[in-house]
Design a protein around this ligand. Structure first.
Ligand SMILES: Nc1ncnc2c1ncn2[C@@H]1O[C@H](COP(=O)(O)OP(=O)(O)OP(=O)(O)O)[C@@H](O)[C@H]1O
Length: 273
């Protein structure tokens, strides 16, 4: 079963082709991490998968809930928001809203017009805020939250959408180490399929079951695409990390846990004598 699929997708921004010829299949139930250097096109890829950015060529598809796939471009926005929740990297949070009110906006696609409010919605909002450690801040004005708290509140808005597919752009930005781990687990527990961009390659190695590297193809020119895809242990091999990120690396087992960690170091030819 496929949750999301891109067929021959290219994407343009500001009159320039940023991504070209991207084929991607996200299996139902997968945790897919998108990694790559700054400016490679991770956010652009995620926005295409979310149906927010229209491909200039090719097709972006989402499971239609009946065993088939639907063209994201043809899906009305409300319908799309019932199937997937997209939490962008930077989100403007209106200062006039309380935290609970802002999070409740995530319920709009799931409810009939004028049918919002009430106990059930309150419980959902409270549950989502609890999951991100902000239950006590439900009545706080949004502009009184710290950067990391605001990030968690915006992620809670994604949680209350209760969608089978969740797309998160750099969800761990601004978060302390405990919340980085915790929040990804919260989303993985709720979403059937999770796709997230991350910069922390060690976290990427441990948390996801599939990784896609967005980068430039061999000649290093032209638009970017997906240059590696597969299980994290293979995608983050020393050779791949060196060629796609320009650093040396080694995967080492944790001394007390059955998990691998990625240690990063300068490339051999750049290390001090
Ligand atoms: N609105 C825009 N107009 C024109 N070009 C853009 C626009 N937004 C992004 N770009 C360019 O598109 C390319 C891909 O950007 P994108 O934000 O997808 O990269 P990214 O991999 O997410 O980067 P980062 O790791 O820095 O967040 C970059 O070269 C960027 O400069």
């Amino acid at each position: 079963m496929t949750a999301l699929r891109l067929d021959g997708v290219s994407a343009r921004l500001g009159g320039r082709t940023v991504l070209r010829d991207v084929d991607l299949e996200v299996p139902d139930g997968a945790r897919l991490g998108i990694v790559g250097v700054n400016g490679a096109g991770k956010t652009t890829l995620l926005r295409v998968l979310a149906g927010v950015l229209r491909p200039s060529e090719g097709t972006a598809l989402i499971a239609d809930g009946r065993g088939g796939l639907a063209d994201l471009r043809r899906l009305p926005a409300r319908e799309r928001a019932r199937r997937l929740a997209f939490v962008p990297q930077e989100d403007v949070v209106t200062a006039e809203l309380r935290v609970g009110e802002m999070v409740a906006l995530g319920r709009v696609p799931q409810t009939r017009p004028w049918a919002r409010g009430g106990r059930a919605e309150y419980e959902l909002v409270r549950g989502a805020l609890d999951a991100v450690g902000l239950a006590g801040r439900i009545d706080t004005a949004c502009d009184q939250l710290s950067g990391g708290e605001r990030r968690r509140a915006v992620l809670a808005r994604g949680l209350v959408q209760r969608c089978p597919v969740m797309l998160l752009d750099e969800p761990t930005n601004h978060l302390d180490v405990a919340w980085q781990l915790n929040l990804l687990e919260v989303f993985a527990a709720q979403a059937q399929t999770l796709v997230a961009t991350v910069h922390d390659l060690d976290l990427a190695l441990r948390f996801f079951d599939l990784l896609a590297v967005v980068g430039w193809r061999d000649d290093n020119t032209g638009p970017a695409g997906i240059v590696a895809f597969g299980p994290p242990g293979e995608v983050l091999s020393a050779a791949h990390v060196e060629s796609h990120f320009g650093v040396g690396s080694v995967q080492v087992p944790h001394p007390q846990r059955p998990q691998l960690h990625l240690l990063i170091h300068p490339r051999e030819d750049r290390s001090p004598a």
